[in-house]
Each structure stands twice: as structure tokens, then as C-alpha cells.
Design a protein around this ligand. Structure first.
Ligand SMILES: [Zn+2]
Length: 337
């Protein structure tokens, strides 16, 4: 199977009433963990790379690792997505490198830190949509800003998404998917207590979905930060402070109200780091990197398989045949005509 467009994955998820996890990668082991989890649970999946990941791996390594994934897991529909493109140029370079989906995060200026205004966001996002759709590539936009900072992205300020402005934004840009700010944030330190309705505005998702039933909603910063993963790190010398992530039940509530893409990065990082610390502590004389990278990969696979089942994408890999990007290009051209 070739890489598929994210739009197709999300359309199928909407029809089936489930969500699809979008998991960040930086290296071979993480790609392997995700693909093994997808095979284990028979799930369609989104693999995503931030700008930081693209510079860490080098685009060509990333592209060819993904080609290997497609070749070795032909039964799995997989999209390769640019996470938090900071400028049209970043998105265009991702398209040139073979990504099948891009996020233009125009909620921030090109520095990835300073909140922008609505007109700027519309302008840069529209520019990316025009060029991406002309080659069948999917576009995710963002309105409102998330808290937290990860991979240098984020202003640290939270501005929740305004539902009426969301309608205006989608109409003005033509995006396929909209990242909404509902009080989640990037990174491990999302909440200092168990989040409830006061910190997590799930009602906003419901309201936006009612106004925009055809737009796929995206939840960023949606790691659950399981206590057992944090505990493993701390048991073996780590110093992670008490923290809470987004409860899986809240994500499942979002999925019932139009959330189709759920971004998960921190949970993978925690799983990997805990497994490496444990392996190194248990056999301090060992120095073969495989002795800790293998359990790290397995730990990431375990948490991702669990999320795939919880998001409902498990069991859906074989539901449909992939549409080519050329086919998606014609689809967009038809929709615009
Ligand atoms: Zn994000």
C-alpha cells in the first residue's frame, strides 16, 4: 500500500465513528513501534514529524524509513503528516519530500512562539491549502493557541477556540481538519491536578462540531501521561514531577463529537525513557544499545496499541482501499468547481 492522504483516513474515521491517533516520530525504532502496534491492532495510522524531528532525522532518512514501513506493512493505511508547520515554506518543503498531509499552524507567527492575528492565520493557511490540494495533500489548520511548549513550538499562552470564528476560518481557508484549543497543552506538564470541566473545555468541541459537522477536529497535546509510565522513570532515577494528562475518557467523549485525529507524543517519550532507564539500571555492565532500545521499542508499541484500541481505530485497517494523491487532487478540484 502506498502512503494515503490523511483526508481519506479521517473521512473513513468519521464514517466509522472512531478517532485516529497521530504519533510523533524521530527515529527508526519509533516508526517500527507504531507500525507493529498498527499491525497488532489492525489499525489505520498517522505518523507525524515536527520540524524538530525533520531536522533531527534528515528528511531523506524519514522518507525512506516510511517507504520501508509501507513496503513491510502493506495492509496498513498510513499517512505521513507535518506536525506544526510554522510557515507555508515549511509545508511546501514537506510536500516536496513526500508527506501526504501538512499542518499549517498559523495561530503563531513563523517563529512558532508569537500568537498571530486572524487575518494572518487565514492568509497563510489559505496559501497552503491552494498548493496542497492541487497535489492531493491534506491540510490541518489551527485556531486558538494551546498551552505548553514542545519542540520549541508554543507561546505558553492559552486562547481557546471561538466556535463562530472557527466557522469563518474553515470557510475562508478550505482546510480538511481543524486543531482546536480547548485547554490542553503540549509536553508532560499539562495539568497540576486531575483535569475537569473547568480546565478542559470539552463543551467547545461539541459546539464547534455542531457548527462544522464536515470538518475533522484535531486534539493536540492529548497524551494521557499514565502514572505507571512516570513511576517507572522515577523509580530508576528520573525526576518527573507529579503531573496529569488528558484522561482517555475525555478523548473518547471528543471522538463522539467530531474529533478524528488525536496527537500523542509525550506518552511515547515516557514509555521509551522508562524502558531505557530500567534496562540500564538492571544490567549496568551491558553496553549493547540493542539491550535498551529493544525494550524501549516494545514499551512504545504497548502504549500505542492501547491508544489505538481506546480511540477505536483498531480493526479498521482493512476497511478500504487507498485513494491515490492524484485521485484526491481530482476530488478537491471537483469540490472547488
Ligand atoms: Zn501540537
Amino acid at each position: 500500500m502506498a502512503m494515503v492522504s490523511m483526508r481519506q483516513l479521517l473521512d473513513e474515521a468519521a464514517a466509522g465513528g472512531y478517532g485516529v491517533g497521530a504519533f510523533n516520530v524521530n527515529n527508526m525504532e519509533q516508526i517500527q513501534a507504531i507500525m507493529e502496534a498498527a499491525r497488532e491492532t489492525s489499525s489505520p495510522v498517522i505518523v507525524q514529524a515536527s520540524r524538530g524531528a525533520r531536522s533531527y532525522t534528515n528528511d531523506r532518512f524519514l522518507y525512506h524509513l516510511m517507504q520501508a514501513a509501507v513496503e513491510l506493512y502493506p495492509e496498513i493505511p498510513v499517512a505521513l503528516h507535518q506536525d506544526h508547520g510554522n510557515s507555508p515554506e515549511t509545508c511546501f518543503s514537506a510536500i516536496d519530500q513526500g508527506f501526504t498531509s501538512v499542518m499549517m499552524d498559523g495561530s503563531l507567527l513563523a517563529d512558532g512562539k508569537t500568537p498571530s492575528d486572524f487575518a494572518y492565520n487565514v492568509q497563510v493557511t489559505r496559501e497552503v491549502v491552494e498548493r496542497a490540494h492541487a497535489v492531493g495533500v491534506t491540510v490541518e489548520g489551527e485556531l486558538g493557541t494551546l498551552g505548553g511548549i514542545e519542540d520549541g513550538v508554543g507561546s505558553g499562552e492559552v486562547h481557546l477556540t471561538d466556535p463562530d470564528q472557527a466557522v469563518e476560518f474553515v470557510e475562508a481557508t478550505g482546510i480538511d481538519a481543524l486543531a482546536v484549543a480547548i485547554g490542553t497543552s503540549h509536553g508532560a506538564y499539562k495539568f497540576s491536578r486531575q483535569p475537569d470541566g473547568e480546565v478542559l473545555a470539552m463543551n467547545l468541541i461539541q459546539e464547534i462540531h455542531e457548527k462544522l459537522p464536515a470538518t475533522h477536529l484535531v486534539m493536540h497535546g492529548s497524551s494521557s501521561v499514565p502514572k505507571e509510565l512516570v513511576d517507572i522513570i522515577n523509580e530508576y532515577g528520573g525526576q518527573i514531577r507529579p503531573t496529569w494528562g488528558v484522561p482517555v475518557e475525555e478523548i473518547q467523549l471528543g471522538i463522539r463529537h467530531g474529533v478524528r485525529k488525536i496527537n500523542v507524543d509525550t506518552d511515547s517519550r515516557l514509555a521509551i525513557t522508562g524502558a531505557i532507564r530500567k534496562a540500564m539500571a538492571e544490567d549496568a555492565a551491558e553496553f549493547d544499545p540493542r539491550s535498551y532500545l529493544k525494550p524501549a521499542r516494545a514499551a512504545m508499541q504497548a502504549v500505542i496499541s492501547e491508544r489505538m484500541r481506546q480511540f477505536g481505530q483498531a480493526g479498521h485497517a482493512g476497511d478500504y482501499d487507498p485513494r491515490s494523491l492524484a485521485d484526491m487532487r481530482d476530488f478537491y478540484a471537483g469540490a472547488a468547481a
